[in-house]
Write a protein that binds this ligand. Structure first.
Ligand SMILES: O=P(O)(O)OC[C@H]1O[C@H](OP(=O)(O)OP(=O)(O)O)[C@H](O)[C@@H]1O
Ligand SMILES: Nc1ncnc2[nH]cnc12
Length: 182
């Protein structure tokens, strides 16, 4: 995980997550222990280190996909750090024109993701970036969108993995890069 990064970056990213992620009980519904990364985003050195670590320097990637909403922020930051573009994987009804759509379930409900197929060149190797991998429903839906558009899912990179919720199995054989597993 550390190759290609300035020394200490991955360690500092992990420490930033350990110290700055807010853990909120019963949000957005009772029974969910929610990991909120907004304080990481608001801290300049933490954001830089987490973005660099998420960009996964060893992965052979042409394009980043950021999942709305926190994955947009981290995905765009990581894309800039690697000199890549970012494709927006959005919640429904936000993108004009022709879109691909995939429904999914997550820890606290159901959702739909949409993407412009033209934003993914045929055969492009795409790295999906998000803040949290929980059940994996969201990331798996993003994988389906990228494949339907003609891209190759090169990997999934998340700041925090919640292994008890099974996201790693739900995303199949796709290489997973997680900065922290709680
Ligand atoms: O692995 P899963 O069970 O699918 O859960 C992970 C997703 O849950 C959160 O998104 P959410 O849609 O709640 O929020 P956001 O739009 O605020 O990022 C998180 O940002 C991930 O995208
Ligand atoms: N516990 C959790 N914390 C943050 N995001 C999530 N998405 C799904 N479950 C989550």
């Amino acid at each position: 995980m550390t190759g290609g990064l300035p020394p200490g970056t991955a360690h500092r990213a992990g420490v930033a997550l350990d110290t700055l992620v807010r853990v909120q009980q019963d949000f957005p519904i009772p029974g969910v222990l929610f990991r909120d990364l907004t304080a990481v985003l608001a801290n300049a050195p933490a954001l830089a280190d987490v973005a660099d670590a998420l960009a996964w320097a060893e992965a052979d990637v042409d394009l980043i996909a950021g999942i709305e909403a926190r994955g947009f922020l981290l995905g765009a930051a990581a894309a800039v750090r690697r000199g890549l573009g970012v494709v927006a994987v959005r919640k429904p009804g936000k993108l004009p024109g022709a879109v691909l759509a995939e429904d999914y379930a997550l820890e606290y409900g159901r959702g739909r993701l949409e993407m412009h197929p033209d934003d993914v060149p045929a055969g492009a190797r795409v790295l999906i970036i998000d803040d949290v991998l929980a059940t994996g429903g969201t990331a798996a839906a993003a994988c389906r969108l990228i494949r339907r558009a003609g891209g190759i899912v090169a990997g999934i990179s998340v700041a925090v993995e919640l292994p008890a919720l099974g996201g790693r199995a739900a995303t199949g054989e796709v290489p997973l890069h997680a900065l922290r597993a709680w």
